[in-house]
Design a protein around this ligand. Structure first.
Ligand SMILES: Cc1ncc(COP(=O)(O)O)c(C=O)c1O
Length: 478
């Protein structure tokens, strides 16, 4: 088996080696009876002392993963028959292989976590400094007047579901009622709920390629077959969705990560496809509250005439991902099963958080907060867009599609540039930029970067962007 040590890793060589061997044994890559390579060989191969390797082997013996045999050699034990009590419990039950596979779980780049970046241009989070703490705290106090009791409604507080139905109706023309709304702990949980309702292992889920990585991993986790569907400047290319797909997951308002807005023609084609082939559509409207240029198009949900669209929303971008609050609007046909599932698995946000959000919406605080933050994020969006345009003029970036919404802008790198090299160089200069490579399903995708402006103060943006510009210039061909 291949063992390696990452020179940048924060963990010691002993820890690193122990974890790798233990993981290989637990995952079954080293099976019962397999012999560990001689400690002298491992030490020479990895450039560590023999003492380090024997310490690791000693610990594996102590924890029952391996046994030293008289006459030499260290051999892997049978899982579940190991000698040590507590550790035995940890390995007696094996999860499904797919839950340990890299399709489901992907390590963060170790180099990025060595020390915090001075400037954070990664995509995904809104600015914590803009969180309306005073108003939220007031709503929390007002909302929290009675002692908590009972398990709560599995679909979420009826009053909050009414408020959300009203809110999505007003802000996104999603015409629905409280009965069709389920309050969730964020978009991802909503998508998981729908997957559990509709997908059997082995069925096809079509996702955008490039697309939002956690959803692809969720598909892998439920055992779905992932059908990656390419995306262009008009969004997902509908003709390339397999007819046998059970679900199509899409981000039409602001394609994640390219930023494309799905054209009206494509929206109609997608709905017609769904009707023809009996397919469900998950519309993830994760950040459409922030639209910086031109008017948003109507959501798919609004155009749907036959109840095939499930509309997923979240307060992660407008307020904070740490609140874990979102919603799903379901067609009538799925409501009862979704509520039953919720009764079984639980997972709805606590009533205190829900009633705080209810107050926050009812008192007009959400409107107020959005009016304020839209201006700020639009200014940042303008700065980043201009930077990308100028870098594109110089040939240092390629503007893939217009990015008109949300909290990040994506651009491609000129051919021949390595994404990780650019990212690492930015990081070495104190700027963390977002990864595009993990968003692709297809092999050998084009390189690019994501420039998020949610988590960086407006005043810091020019220096951060100028650093990225210098790095791009240094990589550009003469
Ligand atoms: C495409 C997409 N969907 C959903 C989410 C938010 O998920 P959640 O509401 O679970 O935080 C994000 C957050 O980055 C996202 O990029």
């Amino acid at each position: 088996m291949d063992l390696f040590l990452d020179p940048e890793a924060k963990r010691t060589a002993t820890r690193e080696l122990f974890e790798q061997l233990r993981e290989a044994i637990v995952a079954g890559r080293l099976a019962a009876g397999d012999r560990l390579p001689p400690s002298r060989d491992v030490a020479a191969r990895l450039g560590v002392s023999r003492h380090t390797v024997t310490t690791v082997y000693g610990r594996l013996v102590a924890e029952g993963f391996v046994d030293g045999r008289a006459g030499g050699g260290t051999f892997v034990n049978q899982l579940g028959t190991r000698k040590v009590g507590r550790e035995r419990l940890l390995v007696a039950l094996r999860p499904l292989d797919r839950l340990l596979s890299p399709d489901v779980w992907l390590a963060d780049e170790p180099t990025l976590d060595v020390e915090p970046a001075r400037f954070d241009l990664r995509a995904g989070t809104p600015d914590p400094a803009l969180f309306p703490l005073v108003a939220w705290r007031r709503c929390m106090t007002t909302a929290h007047q009675t002692r908590p009791a009972g398990y709560g409604d599995p679909a979420g507080l009826a009053s909050l579901r009414r408020a959300i139905a009203h809110w999505v109706g007003k802000s996104r023309a999603v015409d629905t009622t409280a009965d069709n709304v389920i309050v969730t702990a964020g978009a991802q949980q909503g998508i998981d709920l729908v997957m559990r309702l509709l997908v059997r292992a082995g069925e096809i889920v079509a996702v955008e390629d490039p697309g939002y990585p956690p959803v692809r991993r969720l598909c892998a986790a439920v055992g779905a077959v992932i059908a990656p569907v390419p995306v262009d400047a008009e969004g997902m290319i509908v003709e390339q969705i397999p007819h046998r797909a059970r679900i199509v997951y899409t981000t039409p308002s602001h394609q994640s990560p390219t930023g494309a807005t799905m054209s009206l023609q494509r929206r109609r084609a997608l709905l017609a496809f769904a009707e023809r082939h009996d397919v469900a559509i998950i519309e993830d409207d994760y950040d459409s509250e922030y639209r910086h240029v031109d008017r948003p198009l109507e959501p798919l949900y609004r155009l749907d005439r036959c109840g095939r669209v499930i509309y997923v929303g979240t307060f992660s971008k407008t307020l904070s991902p740490s609140l874990r609050l979102g919603s799903v609007v379901l067609p009538d046909s799925l409501v009862a099963a979704a509520v039953n599932l919720r009764k079984l698995v639980g997972g709805q946000p606590g009533d205190a958080a829900q009633s705080t959000l209810l107050r926050f919406i009812a008192d007009g605080e959400l409107d107020r907060h959005l009016r304020r933050t839209r201006k700020i994020y639009s200014e940042r969006h303008g700065l980043v867009s201009r930077f990308v345009r100028e870098a594109a003029t110089r040939g240092h970036l390629v503007e893939a599609v217009p990015n008109n919404a949300g909290l990040h802008v994506t651009a491609l790198l000129p051919e021949g540039l390595g994404e990780q090299a650019v990212r690492n160089d930015c990081r070495a200069q104190g700027v963390a930029v977002g990864r595009l490579d993990e968003c692709w399903h297809r092999p050998d995708p084009p390189a690019g970067i994501m420039l998020g402006f949610g988590a960086i103060a407006t005043r810091d943006l020019p220096s951060a962007l100028s650093t990225v510009g210098d790095v791009l210039a240094s990589h550009a061909r003469p």
